[in-house]
Design a protein around this ligand. Sequence first.
Ligand SMILES: [Cu+2]
Length: 131
Amino acid sequence: MPTCFDSGPTDDPRDPGREINLHLTGNMSRYMWSMNGIRFADAEPLELQYGERVRINLINDTMMSHPIHLHGMWSDLETGEGSRIPRKHTVIAQPGAMVSYLVTADAMGGWAYHCHLLYHMPGMFRKVVVS
Ligand SMILES: [Cu+2]
């Protein structure tokens, strides 16, 4: 089980308006990391509309765990208990597994979204823009 505090009743009980599938990708032998096969330097920002509720599906195509941190907004981890959903800064995607969480885009501007492992960060990184 993920560690979390019990944040009480879910802050934003809305269903997500859309889903974003994000594959965590990399090349183990070359130790290069990316999202959807595209490294940060070549990637477009992820665009969120201010106020929207969105589901992010992290699909980990690699054989490592990745602690993925979205700055500026909560990651509401989907555990099956929608009324008391745990809020996380960082969500851990296990090797070969998918994890999904909900985000309310309630913070305008540009935000970092990345794996917290130092050597993964250069590639496994996106800019998120809320506008
Ligand atoms: Cu990583």
